[in-house]
Design a protein around this ligand. Structure first.
Ligand code: SF4
Ligand code: SF4
Ligand SMILES: [Zn+2]
Length: 419
């Protein structure tokens, strides 16, 4: 019944609608001000229906992202039942992955044990040191969240849970890349993701977002960050933006949607079953249907989805002639500033991207070369011979060896282990 070909889908689930126990002042999701009253959690039976419907369309790798509001408010019992449901289908050859985005304040030892047991990758929101984080990430009483978050992170560490840190770049930390990185390095945070602060509170996709930082501020921030990440050509911290840039230099596909040439199939599902193409497009104009009422084929072939899919590739003239198009692919359509003339425009952060792409280019090449040297070393250590000049290069570029790594291999023979 199931195809041999892997077909994957991403499902972002708004686990508890917008309910959250924090009241971060820039948050565009939570509307309860940190005071949760009537918690409405997605029904586990609906999760089961979603799984069944995606499987019926031939998807055999289902990547869940549990988000909120604050998904841990749903409780451990809810997630235990979700895992039991997934286990049922795993026996039928379906692979599930689970990631969860949390503010970190509710993580206990029991949660950490659960995450470890089921291989859940946890993203924890933290904006920096206590002084920086607690200016914006506060609860309803205005108390900072730092100490509670760090306690949660310690439980994750104790249980060996894979986690990453998500930092919102806002007015309080945009000029402090050095302080952030010093702190993150002290804490040995290995995986960090930065997101510029935006307010899409209207959720009206026909209106431009409101941005807290300027493109120049974000560009300067990324350049300062890059200086830390570079680490003399051998980065030891994973910063998502640079990892995705590096993918381009290594002839690999980026994983982050903004840098891809089209928006990936990553559906957002509300607790009532409504489906949207992205969490930046939760808008009736883009609603693709409802998991309880519609069949999956109709959802995925909905005109609203087709309209959404056309957004990202519709590049402005400036993007089409941009030297960084391969790296950037026009950024995110939700960030494209809508002019009154409805002309196509660039991503609000276009200047930031150009600034860092230019600033980092030479050193990105160095990092990429260092990684290729390791690849070649491994390749030869496995008993392979060097390719012939006209063979395809092993690095995945699709180019002939002579037009790709040959000169580098010749000049780095010692490092590669040829001498
Ligand atoms: S850097 Fe700017 S002009 Fe170039 S592709 Fe990206 S958004 Fe378009
Ligand atoms: S609209 Fe933007 S955020 Fe959404 S999938 Fe596309 S690039 Fe990503
Ligand atoms: Zn090569």
């Amino acid at each position: 019944m199931f195809s041999d070909i892997n077909k994957s889908i991403g499902l972002m689930v708004k686990t508890v609608e917008e309910a959250c126990n924090l009241a971060c002042d820039y948050c565009y999701y939570s509307r309860c001000g940190g005071l949760v009253k009537d918690l409405s959690t997605i029904d586990v039976d609906l999760v089961d229906v979603i799984i069944k419907k995606t499987i019926s369309e031939g998807y055999n790798i289902i990547n869940f992202v549990w988000q909120g509001g604050e998904p841990l408010l749903a409780g451990l019992d809810f997630f235990e039942r979700v895992m039991a449901s997934q286990k049922k289908y795993s026996k039928q050859g379906i692979t599930f992955t689970n990631a969860l985005q949390t503010n970190g304040t509710l993580i206990t030892k029991r949660w950490a044990i659960f995450f470890k047991k089921y291989g859940v990758i946890v993203g924890v929101s933290l904006d920096g040191t206590e002084e920086i984080n607690d200016k914006r990430r506060v609860d309803a009483a205005g108390r900072g969240s730092y100490n509670r978050v760090m306690k949660g992170i310690n439980y994750l560490r104790e249980e060996g849970v894979a986690f990453n840190v998500l930092t919102v770049v806002n007015q309080e930390n945009v000029d402090r890349a050095d302080d952030l990185m010093t702190f993150f390095e002290e804490q040995s945070f290995g995986f960090i993701q930065f997101l510029p602060c935006m307010d899409f509170s209207s959720h009206d996709a026909s209106q431009p977002g409101v941005y807290e930082i300027t493109p120049k501020q974000y560009g300067d921030f990324l350049c300062d960050l890059f200086d830390h990440w570079f680490n003399e050509g051998h980065p030891n911290t994973s910063i998502r933006f640079f990892e995705n840039m590096l993918a381009f230099y290594l002839n690999r596909q980026p994983t982050v949607c903004i840098q891809l040439d089209k928006c990936p199939l990553n559906l957002l599902i509300e607790p009532n079953g409504d489906v949207y193409p992205c969490d930046f497009y939760i808008d009736e104009e883009y609603r693709m249907g409802n998991m309880l009422e519609d069949c999956f084929t109709d959802i995925i072939q909905h005109d609203h989805y087709k309209k959404f899919q056309q957004l990202k590739p519709a590049l402005s003239d400036a993007c089409q002639s941009c030297e960084y198009q391969g790296l950037c692919n026009g950024g995110c359509p939700r960030n494209r500033v809508l002019g009154s003339s409805k002309d196509k425009s660039q991503d609000y952060f276009c200047e930031s991207y150009k600034q860092v792409y230019k600033y980092a280019d030479q050193r990105m090449r160095v990092v990429a070369e260092n990684i290729k040297i390791v690849w070649w070393k491994d390749y030869l250590a496995r008993g392979n011979n060097l390719p012939n000049r006209n063979d395809q290069c092993i690095c995945g570029s699709g180019k002939k060896y002579k037009k790709c790594c040959m000169d580098m291999v010749a000049s780095e023979t010692e490092k590669i282990g040829l001498k």
